[in-house]
Design a protein around this ligand. Structure first.
Ligand code: TRP
Length: 434
């Protein structure tokens, strides 16, 4: 079977040379491998989580789409689309949301980072945290699971999200699969070299460090200017220079063959001026991305062409997503109405036939719990407790120890209920739990 590889880019800004070397170029190369079905998309719903400037959203998704196309993405081979053109994705997101535990989302790095920052600043822990940010990993799981991707090329910071997608998929399969697995469990594919391209100052190239070399924006001029700002030591022309470990050489390497790399190093050791080295670097990069930039500019002048390509991509994606979602709706019970296979009162699932504990608070301000049989009769009724925790402790004990805990428990039997029936109900619960 073909391996499905899927990745998305959040559309909040423009792309830089690091994105090209780390994500776009390898993704396009991988999409040409035989036996691989690739899915690339603009994560524009994710963008809304980070950005509330409509013009910026509009600009960024157009620019990023044009960038992928200009860089040589073959949209005949690759399914290329905007997340927001696929309504099946938010629908799946909701189905997944309903089986995702809140506790797991509490542990998501991005959310935790916001909480930590708030705590450090003495703010409310959730200040400025939207539900979009909180549920970000579930939307990402929907992106991946919608197309049953096997591999997801991402940066290190996204590994936890892929693990969460696996957890949610496992849970959904377990709850609704009945022996059939709906979802493939995706694997993160982290390419170490993806993280490596340094920026102008030697730290990882990143917008947040303001050390980026723009990819296409600003044209040749912006490329030349950025390269001029690469940090070097102050060795003079003619002095031998140590190439290893300099950002200039690392960036050069990303665009050069083995022979070119060796020659560049030799020239620097032989005294090549930094200014001249920067000129060579500019030419080296521009030779490769210049033709792409020309395509980029042509595409940006004809957004309707990009729109048409993306509409086609959306149609292909939806042809896959639609039937998958129909099966999932069926699985969770969102089905066209028909005569019920079993009478509404007798539930087929063993789980539904179990007795249940309920905890609640009454108007008197006290906390209570009760145990009801599967058909809704009250088997046990607790006394009132001042705190919810105490009521909870008793429920826990009764569940754990069963009938043995009944003797000292502050509970009364329901009307007309025999102790035997309660004992049995507790045993049933114990067994169902183990
Ligand atoms: N969260 C990813 C990022 O910020 C973007 C993204 C959204 C994504 N959905 C995805 C990546 C699905 C891979 C698969 O980089």
């Amino acid at each position: 079977m073909h391996q499905r590889v899927l990745t998305g880019i959040t559309t909040t800004g423009t792309l830089h040379l690091g994105n090209f070397v780390g994500a776009i170029r390898p993704a396009i190369a991988a999409s040409r491998e035989p036996g691989v079905d690739s899915f690339f998309f603009m994560a524009d719903y994710h963008a809304l989580i980070k950005c509330d400037d409509p013009d910026r959203i509009e600009r960024s998704r157009l620019q990023i789409a044009a960038t992928w196309l200009a860089a040589g993405l073959d949209t005949e081979r690759v399914v290329f689309y905007r997340q927001s053109d696929i309504p099946e994705i938010p629908e799946l997101c909701w189905l997944l949301t309903c089986v995702t535990s809140k506790g797991q989302m509490n542990r998501a790095h991005a959310y935790k980072a916001s909480v930590d920052a708030n705590n450090a600043a003495g703010e409310d822990p959730d200040a400025g945290v939207t539900m979009g940010l909180y549920c970000y990993p579930i939307l990402m799981a929907a992106d991946i699971l919608m197309f049953n991707a096997h591999r997801v090329p991402v940066g290190k910071d996204q590994i936890q999200h892929i693990e969460m997608a696996r957890d949610v998929a496992t849970r959904f399969n377990h709850l609704f699969g009945r022996g059939e697995d709906f979802f493939v469990l995706p694997e993160a594919q982290v390419d170490e070299t993806m993280e490596l391209l340094p920026g102008l100052d030697g730290r990882k190239m990143s917008k947040s460090y303001d050390n980026v070399v723009p990819l296409f924006e600003g044209g040749e001029k912006a490329l030349r200017e950025a390269i001029a700002r690469i940090v070097t030591d102050s060795k003079l022309p003619g002095e031998p220079k140590e190439p290893e470990g300099t950002p200039l050489v690392a960036i050069y390497d990303a665009f050069a063959t083995a022979e070119e790399r060796a020659a560049f190093r030799a020239a620097l050791r032989g005294g090549l001026a930094w200014g001249e080295a920067k000129q060579q670097l500019f030419e080296q990069i521009n030779r490769q991305i210049g033709p792409m930039r020309a395509r980029y500019e042509a595409l940006m002048a004809h957004p309707e062409e990009i729109e048409a390509i993306l509409q086609k991509g959306a149609a292909r994606a939806r042809a896959l997503a639609g039937p998958t979602l129909a099966r999932l709706r069926q699985a969770v019970g969102l089905r066209p109405f028909q005569a019920l296979a079993t009478p509404a009162t007798t539930q087929t699932k063993a789980k539904a036939a179990l007795p249940v504990f309920k905890q609640y608070r009454e108007a008197d301000g006290q906390f209570y719990f009760k145990l009801s049989s599967h058909d809704g009769r009250v088997l046990l009724q607790s006394q009132g407790f001042a705190g919810g925790r105490e009521a909870g402790e008793w429920v826990k004990r009764l569940k754990l120890e069963g009938a043995a805990a009944l003797a000292g428990a502050p509970v009364a039997l329901g009307e007309g209920v025999q102790a035997d029936e309660v004992g049995q109900a507790l045993t049933t619960l114990q067994q169902a739990d183990s």
